[in-house]
Ligand binder design. Structure first.
Ligand code: DOR
Length: 436
């Protein structure tokens, strides 16, 4: 394997809460030297003057659609999209066909991803068999599989049976794993299409009340409190959810939470009409909700940014709003969007944002080296991102590696771009800007 010298970049390391300027020499998959003025010596050189170096990102929440939904995404296109977004590790959700409720299914994906070598895959297993919400999946078997499932979710659907959810949490606690809740009371959201309120009335679409989320956030917090099991709340979208989580954390409940870039940037008012690229679950909410989510990022109530990358075919998204599926393709735009909207507008520091993409999600899943992350010291596995803060670009879904072109951000100008990604010391993404 060749040696790579990354010269002149500024390392932002949330794992040691430090940042420093240095050259990095990468050999045989690891950072072997961190110092200033390393001689070029015939190495391949990435000139990183004026650029940042981050740990590879970890996405807690991506739908890669394999098996069964390959027309919308497959492992290869999904992981290619991931690395272009700066991710070197991805948790894939189990709402596939068949659902990921069996060790053979998670192991097949895990091994396939490993052979591709682009990003590490952490498959999330189903909580319930077939995601049907009736009986628990074989969580123990999934956890002892090759893929070592560390988190369980019926994401896309909520486990409505509270008794079953309680048992899942108890079982998960015994396994030392995490339950990822998709907090949505389906009786309250029923056939809703967008947030219940002004915009649903104006468009004549059925609304999904905030309460549909908050009832389940509250329930799951109570269940986590009672069972002592680790609970992670997916795609939190409302001010009251944030309040419930903040209070639970203050009481010492083992709860963590994520928010998505789209819920942190867009409101229901941004929905331009019947454009299904804005149709997502949970729905885009109000300005007050977005403000509460941003505060929760800054004060640590929300632990991680997750994409909820939900690719869909063009054809399915072009149906009438009511019939189009929910979801936004997010892996390739997440960091630049939040860098532009939060860091450049002074709401978060760059260090905080990088933490929400790296050390934050690592804590949620309790991952540490060699599985993921670790401080920038000599000997560290070279999973890293080069980010050019000066680059400006326009989001153009036709250029996505993802098959899912469904984004509400098409045409948006953003600042800052992932220009290089190393996975295990191997170049898995390289923008022309870095080529020598
Ligand atoms: O918008 C969404 N799409 N929300 C979910 O929870 C599931 C996802 C999907 O799988 O398409």
């Amino acid at each position: 394997m060749s040696e790579i010298l990354i010269r002149g970049g500024r390392v932002i390391d949330p794992f040691s809460s430090s940042s420093f300027s240095a050259d990095l020499l990468i050999r045989e998959g690891r950072i072997v030297s961190i110092s200033r003025g390393i001689a070029r010596n015939g190495f391949k050189v990435w000139e990183a003057d004026g650029k940042y170096i981050f740990p590879g990102f970890l996405d807690l929440h991506a739908h890669l659609r394999e098996p069964g939904g390959e027309e919308a995404e497959d492992l290869e296109s999904g992981l290619m999209a991931a690395v272009r977004g700066g991710y070197t590790a991805v948790c894939c959700m189990p709402n596939t066909e068949p659902p990921l409720d069996h060790p053979e299914l998670v192991d097949a994906l895990y091994l396939k991803a490993r052979s591709m070598g682009m990003a590490d895959l952490f498959p999330v297993g189903c909580i319930t068999r077939g995601r049907k919400g009736r009986e628990l999946a074989d969580m123990g078997l999934l956890n002892s599989s090759l893929a070592r499932v560390r988190a369980f979710s019926d994401d896309g659907d909520c486990v409505m049976d509270s008794g079953l959810m309680r048992r899942a949490l108890r079982y998960s606690r015994a396994l030392g794993t995490v339950i990822i809740s998709h907090p949505e009371d389906s009786a309250l959201s029923s056939n809703g299409q967008v947030n219940e309120g002004k915009v649903s009335y104006r468009l004549g679409l059925r609304g999904i009340p905030s309460l549909a989320e908050e009832v389940m956030v509250a329930r799951d917090i109570l269940l986590a409190e009672e069972t002592g099991a680790r609970l992670h709340l997916a795609h939190v979208s409302t001010a009251r959810s944030v309040r419930l989580i903040r209070e639970a954390k203050e009481r010492g409940v083992p709860v963590t939470a994520e928010a998505t870039p789209h819920h942190l940037i867009l409101t229901e008012e941004d929905i331009p009409g019947y454009d299904a690229n804005f149709k997502v679950k949970p729905p885009l909410r109000t300005k007050e909700d977005v403000e509460a989510l941003r505060e929760a990022l800054a004060d640590g109530t929300i632990d991680a940014v997750a994409t909820d990358h939900a690719p869909h075919t063009l054809q399915s998204k072009e149906q009438e709003f009511d019939y189009a599926p929910f979801g936004i393709s997010g892996l390739e735009t997440s960091f630049s969007l939040l860098y532009t909207e939060l860091v450049l507008k002074g709401e978060l520091s760059l260090e905080e944002l990088v933490g929400l993409f790296t050390s934050g999600p690592a804590r949620v899943l309790d991952l540490s080296p060699p599985l993921y992350g670790g401080e920038f010291v000599e000997g560290r596995v070279a999973d890293l991102v080069i980010f050019d803060p000066q680059a400006s670009w326009t989001i153009d879904p036709s250029r996505f590696a993802s098959k899912g072109k469904n984004t509400p951000f098409a045409g948006k100008e953003v600042k800052g771009k992932v220009v290089g990604v190393l996975k295990g010391g191997r170049i898995v993404y390289e923008d022309e800007a870095l080529c020598e």
